[in-house]
Design a protein around this ligand. Structure first.
Ligand code: 13P
Length: 287
């Protein structure tokens, strides 16, 4: 069932668990995540970066593919299709293409401009029934050419954005996209607690879900995080399983070169990763 992310995140915040956002890159990825969500009876958010949207030939292709898959796979759990780190233009395109949720990442603008643009999108999303995520304090690391330094958000700026009426807020708390470096100091729970204090019941979003230790994930959820984004971990699991298949020479045996066989181990690895994350986030059985 395609829905916006508003209700599922409010329920998650109240129930002290988090809904996973798993980024998609192609048909196999999307199918694996949807099937796992249905098996686990978990709500799920499919994240689409602007680069991945382009790779999949455009946002309309993505939205239509997801909708058709929900129907043909009989997916009954709540599913949101969500633009990840959108520009203002990207948000407009996804609204038109039929996404149910968008993220406007105005974290690199001066706060007044972030407020101004987010405010416009709050109005548009409310009219069209989409949910909206905003960001304050950029997330570290590199994603689709967008590089952030891993700032800790200013709690007052978080309040200024939260008060506009967004549905979820990504606040930088020292989290980083991609693998965490050896010398990473960990999440700043001090910042998270200060943000939570200012924004009250607003569901908070933790980006860079790959490689954060389990105890930190649990603590973040206890402090108001209701959505956790995972991308790199699925990519690593997929690549690893595919490499092993090829290194074992299985593509050379019989019809092992058929993509339906070649991509199967990677697809299974994505399912396993998503299942493990859903268990850790506590969303299993919550649909
Ligand atoms: P990772 O790639 O580190 O899992 O982060 C994903 C993310 O935050 C997408 O917005």
């Amino acid at each position: 069932m395609l829905v916006n992310a508003k209700d599922m995140l409010q329920k998650a915040r109240e129930g002290k668990y988090a809904v996973g956002q798993f980024n998609i890159n192609n048909l196999e990825w999307t199918k694996a995540i949807l099937q796992t969500a249905e098996e686990q009876k978990s709500p799920v958010i499919l994240g689409v970066s602007e680069g991945a949207g382009k790779y999949m030939t455009g946002f309309k292709t993505v939205a239509d593919m997801v909708k058709a898959m929900i129907e043909e796979l009989n997916i009954t759990v709540p599913v949101a299709i969500h633009l990840d780190h959108g520009t203002y233009d990207g948000c407009m395109k996804c609204i038109k293409a039929g996404f149910s949720s968008i993220m406007f990442d105005g974290s690199h603008y001066p706060i007044d401009e972030n407020v101004e643009k987010t405010k416009e999108l709050v109005q548009i999303c409310a009219e069209k029934g989409l949910s909206l995520e905003a960001e304050v304090g950029s997330i570290g690391g590199e994603e689709d050419g967008v590089v952030g330094m891993g700032e800790c958000a200013d709690p007052d700026e978080c309040k200024a954005i939260a008060d506009l009426g967004v549905d979820m807020l990504a606040a930088g708390i020292g989290n980083i996209h991609g693998k965490y470096p050896e010398n990473w100091p960990g999440l700043s729970f001090e910042t998270l607690a200060a943000v939570k204090e200012k924004v009250g019941d607003m569901p908070l979003v933790l980006h860079g879900g790959t490689g954060i230790p389990e105890d930190m994930i649990k603590k973040a959820i206890s402090l108001g995080v209701a959505k956790i984004n995972v991308n790199t971990e699925c990519q690593l699991a997929f690549a690893d399983a595919t490499r092993k298949y090829i290194e074992a020479g299985k593509d050379l045996a019989g019809k092992g070169f058929d993509p339906r066989k070649l991509l199967a181990p990677g697809t299974e690895a994505i399912k396993e990763t998503v299942k493990t994350k859903m268990e850790l986030f506590g969303s299993v059985g919550k649909a």
